[in-house]
Design a protein around this ligand. Structure first.
Ligand SMILES: Cc1ncc(COP(=O)(O)O)c(C=O)c1O
Length: 373
């Protein structure tokens, strides 16, 4: 019987709970770092073309994977992932933020990786069940949340560089604290902008969330750390276009040539990840209609000019891990750029942070944050 009700259908989900001796003690919220602890269960869905495609989803105790040594993921980085969060609201309900957008982005990454696409709505249902089983792991604190890491890997036991006939989609959960240490958020982060390095290029995969985009950044991040800087500001091209900061999209808020306030973020031209936080910030800004909003290229030359003319107001990163992260310093070749992001009484990055956390933690009812049950 190969026919399935639907691809990766929730109706076919089976659950094998961890035995009491397999349950782990939960860490203190103060001890949470990013991705250090994992919950007691995980979700797995296998795909075998020879068996008709997606198999029945299963929730199992958290356990190691067994892979053939030739599995494509281990040789050609046939891997992609997502990063999303579940928040425990003020009313005790657990919500996830815009999961449909993560599913859409994950399927787009699957296409580019030669991995099978799946039904996102069914996967959200399966993930919600996983989260409800491990619900005591969703921290009872607004400084923390439960990070959700859906992952899709090619597991064919053959060395050919080809589309995957066999794949595994799995989801693991990790309680996380603040991505940056509190003193970093208070002082703003420092960035290394070195045009010798680039993260993505036209026609490449910078707009897909594939593991192969991240491994080559580690060396550059190490160089930034060695120079006493916290993150890398990724540039592209001879005109040193700003693309992303670390694993965040970038926003620049300034006074434009017409004397009006403008919020600029790089366009979705293939060089940057289409961030869900980015999309949310743009959408809030357009609703508020209090300043000009542009998706366009912005270069380091423009940033230096705005800074020298005292027109640069704020520079910040945006992403699921930190929501917004104010930038206070950029080392750009031999120039030390001090950015006044934190020097304002009511900075807009703070307003975005407050509005998004209000939605995520259920202070307001909003269609972007849906309770898991
Ligand atoms: C390279 C990169 N850019 C931007 C983002 C921000 O995207 P999102 O807001 O969907 O978390 C992320 C994190 O997921 C990322 O890895």
């Amino acid at each position: 019987m190969l026919a399935r009700r639907s691809l990766n259908a929730y109706a076919d989900l089976s659950v094998r709970l961890a035995a009491p001796h397999q349950l782990q003690a939960k860490p203190n919220v103060s001890d949470l770092a990013f991705g250090k602890y994992f919950t007691d269960h995980m979700l797995k869905i296998f795909y075998y073309e020879s068996l008709g495609g997606w198999q029945a989803p299963e929730i199992t105790p958290f356990e190691n994977l067994v892979l053939h040594p030739a599995a494509k993921v281990l040789h050609y980085a046939v891997e992609l992932f997502e990063g999303m969060k579940a928040y425990r609201g003020v009313d005790g309900k657990i919500r996830i933020f815009r999961p449909d957008m993560n599913m859409e982005r994950m399927n787009a990454s699957a296409v580019r990786s030669g991995l099978p696409q799946f039904n996102g709505i069914e996967l959200i249902r399966c993930m919600n069940r996983l989260i409800s089983i491990d619900q005591e792991w969703v921290p009872h604190s607004e400084a923390s949340s439960l990070y959700i890491r859906p992952t899709l890997i090619g597991i064919d036991p053959t060395l050919g560089v080809a589309a995957s006939d066999s794949a595994m989609l799995y989801v693991i959960l990790s309680p996380v604290g603040s991505y940056f240490k509190s003193h970093e958020a208070a002082r703003g982060v420092s960035l290394l902008a070195d045009p010798r390095y680039t993260r993505a290029w036209p026609g490449g995969c910078g707009d897909r969330k594939m593991g192969s985009n991240y491994a080559p950044t580690i060396h550059v991040q190490k160089e930034a750390t060695e120079r006493g800087l916290q993150q890398v500001l990724w540039l592209y091209g001879e005109d040193h276009q700003i693309t992303e900061a670390g694993t965040m999209n970038v926003f620049v808020y300034f006074v434009n040539d017409d004397g009006e306030k403008e919020l600029v973020t790089p366009p979705l031209d293939g060089l940057i990840l289409p961030g869900i936080t980015r999309n949310s910030i743009l959408s809030l800004s357009r609703d508020w209609n209090q300043f000009k909003v542009s998706e366009r290229r912005i270069t380091m030359t423009e940033v230096c000019r705005l800074l020298s003319e005292n027109r640069l107001l704020e520079f910040f990163g945006a992403g699921t891990a930190c929501i917004v992260s104010p930038v206070s310093f950029i080392q750009y070749m031999d120039q030390e750029l001090y950015i006044p992001t934190l020097d304002h009484a009511e900075p807009i990055h703070r307003t975005f942070f407050q509005r998004l956390t209000e939605i995520q933690y259920g202070y307001v009812d909003h269609p972007w944050a849906t309770p898991i049950e």
